[in-house]
Design a protein around this ligand. Structure first.
Ligand SMILES: O=C[C@H](O)COP(=O)(O)O
Length: 334
């Protein structure tokens, strides 16, 4: 490649994070989802074509990968998280690519960061301090993540705590039982109260789709949590047996499209859990572009929840720039 040539134009220019208007929700409208039935094999067939319909190579691929970096919620959610690990993660979020790669991509002097850093509530303060002045928001999981089965008042208190510590985004988990028993009113009411507890912080609702049994349940839960005011809907905690998949993502983005058509309100999407390959990240970006359009390729409406994805993206960009792969352990994360 010719070095120094700006690549970040194929999927659009590198833009500053611009939060979109919030989703204030609507009343619970069962008419919007009661009759919905999702055909599993049709969803699987359509999902299987997404990665095959478009191939991007060389500088175009590098540009899409830069876009993917900007949309990552760089995550650590492990029992052995330490302040030191969170600080290293934040340093990586500020500076996701090595200087020589940034220069070769022609992006020197441009702001290139991940979309956010995502941590447990007790790590929010450390992350906020480490990201000071960077403009990178801290996202906190809350509400008894990952199972979401602590007493409800404690779940709300956890949201308030994370917000008070400085989190600008809260990733809540829903009560799966409400979906599995079809108690949409309870799901709506709980999610509304969580949204209230978030205050000015944007709320992402984690559906834990691997535990919802059917794609029809995924569609209905998506609609109800959007009506309750979720700013994003998110596939998974990363801790379920099955996490982000393309068929589930397709159903959720179609729900976002339907909700937009019915309410006029835009909701973001966050696939999370098990997304580690740069190639897979590209497939998700293509899905967003095809199903929802260009606006859903920006961090205000699209995020990857991922702990390891950046490692592979950096390797692929290094390969594009130098023609060689280095081993993954050269791209330390946390
Ligand atoms: O929300 C983010 C997920 O927990 C990340 O999952 P991952 O570690 O499989 O990338």
């Amino acid at each position: 490649m010719r070095t120094g040539e700006p690549v970040a134009t194929a999927a659009g220019p590198v833009k500053l994070h611009q939060p979109h208007a919030r989703n204030d929700g609507t009343p619970l409208n069962p008419d919007w989802f009661d009759a919905a039935e999702v055909n599993l094999s049709a969803a699987e067939r359509r999902a299987a074509t997404i990665g095959t319909r478009r191939t991007v190579k060389k500088q175009w691929q590098a540009a899409w990968l830069v876009k993917a970096i900007q949309c990552i919620d760089l995550t650590t959610l492990a029992g052995d998280d330490t302040p030191g690990r969170v600080e290293r993660l934040c340093a990586k979020a500020r500076h996701p690519l090595r200087d020589d790669l940034v220069e070769a991509l022609g992006l020197t002097g441009r702001r290139l960061t991940t979309g956010a850093v995502c941590v447990y509530p007790s790590m929010v303060r450390t992350a906020v301090k480490a990201l000071d002045g960077s403009g990178i928001p801290v996202a906190s999981v809350a509400t008894g993540f990952p199972a979401g089965l602590t007493p409800f008042e404690q779940r709300l208190a956890e949201i308030r705590y994370a917000v008070a510590e400085g989190a600008q985004e809260i990733d809540i988990v829903i009560t799966r039982a409400h979906v599995l028993t079809g108690n949409w009113q309870a799901l709506y009411d709980e999610t509304r109260l969580m949204r209230e507890a978030c205050g000015a912080a944007h709320m992402k609702a984690i559906l834990a789709t691997g535990e919802l049994k059917t794609l029809t349940n995924v569609y209905r839960a998506s609609m109800v949590t959007m009506m309750a005011g979720s700013d994003f809907i998110k596939t998974s905690t990363g801790m379920e047996g099955v996490n982000a998949t393309l068929p589930v993502s397709l159903v959720m983005v179609r729900a976002i499209r339907d909700y937009l058509a019915l309410s006029g309100l835009r909701v973001g999407f966050k696939p999370a859990g098990g997304i580690r390959a740069a190639k897979d990240a590209l497939t998700w970006l293509f899905l967003m572009k095809e199903e929802l359009g260009r606006d859903w390729l920006e961090p205000d409406l699209f995020r990857f929840g991922a702990s390891g994805l950046l490692t592979d993206i950096e390797r692929q960009i290094e390969h594009f720039v130098t023609g060689r792969y280095s081993s993954a352990d050269r791209h330390g994360m946390a």
